[in-house]
Write a protein that binds this ligand. Structure first.
Ligand code: HAM
Length: 447
């Protein structure tokens, strides 16, 4: 039997897993600087949660959800996104009454969408995101947009493009929907079957259509900006003014409607093209929502949030060489090399002691020739190899080799940890001296 990973899923292993942890740690750190707190919610939710919130007209609900009946005949869905689940947890815990508002949540984990796998598109992928629930000021929208921007800066993604648009309030959207209906009805028979459906369910979705032949009808469609209420118009103007004042680069995209039904007012996406010109699709996206909390059973509260696709962040960082060398960040301090079974016990005891003292240590039980063992140790990027030969062990000694300097010493068994400690302290002192020397040289050069 040839077991393969399920189509659209992928394994994240070794250095790639380090990279994911690194990306998530940076995103978490920035979110926490904005005072977002961690929420961990289940992967399994009732299907009805998404039908209502993400919306019957969205592609996600219409064709992409992993939905099944569990053994108790409950309709369950693997979450296709976090926002609905986070709001459900907020409502279930009655945080609207028990916590001070806004509640600021950050989250990370896998989400599932039955999409056609392609570059940057998986069926199981990871999102990191934030939700600010109980938003009362347009500065709350700005805070989320800014948090996303700062997170990308912290990852050294400097040439990010932020696309923004407004979908206006309910009245603006109702007027716009009617105008779109009037525009598309005469041409709908020439458009794709999906668009025919969308016309009935939510004509705004037609603007999201990717079919080339449909573009001509979409380009000539009315624009939301002509249907905005004065309030929505003003709100959007202020958001743009503040972004400008903060020198946050943005572009207005009046075709940006987003693929989920819960948005109103401002929506946004973060885009990044790699140095070799690859665009993996939006690396993050979000927006404001006005009726989601109420729809999920809470009071009438506004919210705003965004989610990043961790896979897409990883791809652009990898392509543009912006990831650290994880072998250097996570070194192997010491590798213990028993040369025969007789010295394995001692190797085991020494490695345990070294690990207790904080040294990343491993043991090679292959009992190969010393040369072969040392070659393997170098390849594993170990700093020190501790060789346990029977002869030396009879004197309670081991040979310890600095694999970078290629120097070797014989020391007592009891000294191994102290030796490692002193060696690293010396290395740190040398590094500090080098930095000081470089600074002195730079100062001299300046004067
Ligand atoms: P979304 O645009 O559906 O929004 O997804 C957010 C991000 O997830 C995208 O920008 C992209 O980076 C990543 N993503 C989406 N689909 C895939 C896929 N098939 N494979 C890999 N990455 C993907 C939401 O999910 C909203 N919940 C965002 C939000 C939060 N709005 C308000 N709060």
């Amino acid at each position: 039997m040839d077991y393969k990973n399920v189509k659209g899923t992928h394994d994240v292993i070794l250095n790639e897993a380090d990279a994911y942890s690194f990306i998530e740690a940076i995103l978490r750190n920035v979110a926490e600087r904005f005072n977002f707190k961690e929420f961990r919610i289940p992967v399994l939710e009732s299907t009805s949660l998404f039908n209502r919130s993400v919306g019957e007209s969205s592609d996600i609900v219409r064709k992409e959800m992993y939905t099944f009946l569990d053994k108790g005949d409950r309709e369950i869905t693997l979450r296709p996104e976090f926002t609905a689940g986070i709001i459900r947890s907020f409502v279930n815990a009655k945080l609207y009454a028990n916590a001070s508002l806004p509640v600021k949540a950050h989250y990370v984990g896998p989400v599932f969408r039955y999409e056609r796998p392609q570059l940057g598109r998986y069926r199981q992928f990871n999102q990191f995101g934030v939700e600010l629930i109980g938003a009362t000021s347009l500065y709350h929208d700005l805070e989320v947009i800014l948090m996303g921007y700062e997170a990308l800066r912290a990852l050294h993604l400097d040439n990010v493009k932020i696309l923004i648009n407004t979908l206006g309030d309910q009245n603006s959207r109702d007027a716009y929907r009617n105008a779109l209906k009037e525009h598309f009805i005469p041409v709908i028979d020439n458009m794709c079957p999906d668009c025919k459906n969308r016309l009935e369910l939510n004509p705004l979705r037609i603007l999201d259509c990717k079919v080339k032949e449909d573009k001509q009808y979409i380009q000539s469609a009315p624009k939301i900006k002509d249907f905005l209420s004065d309030e929505s118009k003003e709100r959007f103007e202020i958001i743009k003014d503040v972004l400008k004042a903060l020198e946050i680069p943005y572009e207005i995209d009046d075709t940006l409607v987003r693929g989920l039904d819960y948005y109103s007012e401002v929506v946004f996406e973060y885009h990044y093209t790699t140095q070799t010109g690859i665009n993996y699709g939006a690396i993050g996206a979000g927006g404001h929502y006005s009726s989601l909390v109420k729809e999920i059973g809470g009071p009438s509260l506004d919210g705003v949030g965004l989610s990043f696709g961790v896979e897409r962040l990883y791809s652009v960082l990898r392509d543009d060489n912006l990831l650290p060398d994880f072998n250097e960040l996570r070194p192997l301090h010491a590798i213990f090399l028993p040369l025969s079974e007789k010295t394995s016990d001692a190797a085991f005891a020494l490695a345990t002691l070294a690990r207790r003292n904080g040294f990343i240590s491993d043991i090679d039980y292959s009992y190969s020739k010393v040369g072969t063992l040392l070659k393997k140790a170098s390849k594993a990027n170990a700093d020190f190899a501790i060789i346990l030969g029977e002869e030396e062990m009879e004197q309670s000694n081991v040979n310890i080799k600095n694999l970078h300097l290629n120097s070797q010493e014989t020391i007592s068994l009891n000294e191994v940890c102290d030796y490692l400690k002193e060696s690293y302290e010396k290395m740190i002192r040398q590094q500090e001296e080098e930095i000081e020397m470089n600074l002195d040289e730079a100062k001299e050069y300046e004067s």
